[in-house]
Design a protein around this ligand. Structure first.
Ligand code: ATP
Length: 211
């Protein structure tokens, strides 16, 4: 797949296969990680090439693909004037989450992200780390199969990172969820992810560092 902005080639005929449940994408600033994630989430067009899931070419116009993704982007997309509770209600309306099972799933997520006592605060009143937690929760509310997360750990305090890592491991091992994650936080490499691959973007190309 190739992606250019104007005549500026960002991803030059890259070929990549994500076949483990957890894939980490590393690379220096400006190497094209967010660009690749945006493309895979269907938020950005590419110039040439093809993208497949389980040998079937992805039809980005088909909403069922996008509906099955929890996409975390690193710029603000949330309505900051809403309270946490209102934002969750809005997302539930959009995703038509209305069953009792979904209600308890949502309550578990709120507790997991330690957001219980912040539910009536406006998002604009939250600290950076808690905004990130709300954004992470927002990617999980519709219980997708694939999480495309751009910088999920940035802004998250060091006490919560192991908890988030354990969540990723549990969802991948117990529920066969897939994660595609970029991070600049090198300590993440020290956690023992059993079912993971690492990829590095450099010089417009991608290489793998598979264990
Ligand atoms: N909308 C755009 N128009 C033109 N160039 C862009 C656009 N978005 C990104 N770029 C360029 O594409 C390149 C890759 O950007 P991208 O944000 O994908 O990098 P990244 O690896 O995610 O960087 P970082 O680690 O800093 O987040 C950069 O040179 C950037 O300037």
């Amino acid at each position: 797949m190739t992606k250019k902005y104007g005549s500026n080639i960002i991803l030059n005929d890259i070929s990549i296969q994500f076949n483990k449940n957890i894939s980490f994408l590393f690379g220096d600033n400006g190497t094209g990680k967010s660009t690749l994630l945006n493309i895979l989430a269907g938020a950005l067009k590419y110039n040439s090439g093809s993208i497949y899931i389980n040998d079937k070419e992805i039809d980005f116009k088909d909403n069922s693909y996008k509906r099955n993704i929890g996409f975390l982007i690193d710029y603000p997309t949330y309505p900051t004037q809403f309270t946490v509770k209102e934002y969750i209600s809005l997302l539930n309306y959009i995703y038509r989450n209305d069953t009792k099972l979904q209600k308890s799933y949502q309550e578990n997520l709120i507790t997991f992200f330690e957001l219980d006592k912040y539910q009536n605060l406006q998002i604009s009143e939250l600290s950076t780390g808690f905004v990130k937690r709300v954004k992470l929760l927002a990617t999980m509310l519709h219980n997708p199969n694939l999480f495309i997360w751009d910088e999920p750990f940035s802004g998250i305090d060091k006490n919560f990172i192991p908890k988030l890592v354990n969540k990723i491991k549990a969802l991948s091992l117990e529920e066969n969820k897939f994660f595609l994650i970029t991070t600049h936080i090198s300590e993440i490499k020290s956690f023992d992810f059993t079912n993971s691959s690492e990829f590095i973007l450099e010089n417009k190309k991608i290489s793998s560092d598979n264990k």
